[in-house]
Ligand binder design. Sequence first.
Ligand SMILES: [Fe+2]
Length: 256
Amino acid sequence: MSSLFNNFSTRSPCGGKWDTTPSPNRQNIRQDWGEVVQARVKNDVRIKAPQTMIFRQIKLGTMENFCYVLGDEDSREAAIVDPHGEIDRLEGIIKRDGLTVKYIINTHTHWDHVAGNDELRGRTGAEVVTHRLGRIPRSLSVEHGDVLSVGSLTIEVLHTPGHSPDGICLLVNGKLLTGDTLFVGECGRTDLPGGNAEQLHNSLFEVICRLDDDIEVYPGHDYGTTPFSTLGHEKRHNYTLEPRTREEFVRFMSEP
Ligand SMILES: [Fe+2]
């Protein structure tokens, strides 16, 4: 995993530089309100991965949203990603697993991904984490290359704007949580406020597609033929990942 960031492009769509510092030793997460810190039940899939990880994909609400539970099996510390709603049900799963929620992480701050933040924060005391450009109250801001620790788990942050300026993907234990940047068989739309097809092209082709094919893809919505996939499968079968220049992709995204 440590070598993944070494493959990133050094150019952003606007000509700036991505930070290509290898991430595992970098824990420069900023705390907005304080000092710097070091930093499926129905439709519920449980996957017990190596490194004693508890991983749950939970479909919540009426918009096909996926929420994720990332937990360290030994310490029982956990992060909840994109708590859309149904907090009673989510809390039941958290309690059943005996987890203490350290972080609530939003892949971006569109309302359907943050709607459950306040209630879950009130019940768990967890810190809310978004990208620096997120437009909601939070405890921690993260940027590309930052790492969040949850027990023995390391969650690596990839900034993937395009669907929204504050979009991030989370890489943990060979699993990539892609929010609304990449779906199974689709990609995120860019016609909402803050959307940018040039940035999405960079995020898809220069960040995500440079990761290994065997990495598993867990999207923010259940829009595909399957709830999750692999990057290799998406590179071969997702029509939005067919090779296109930036200009071709912008034109493609503007087509009805
Ligand atoms: Fe979204």
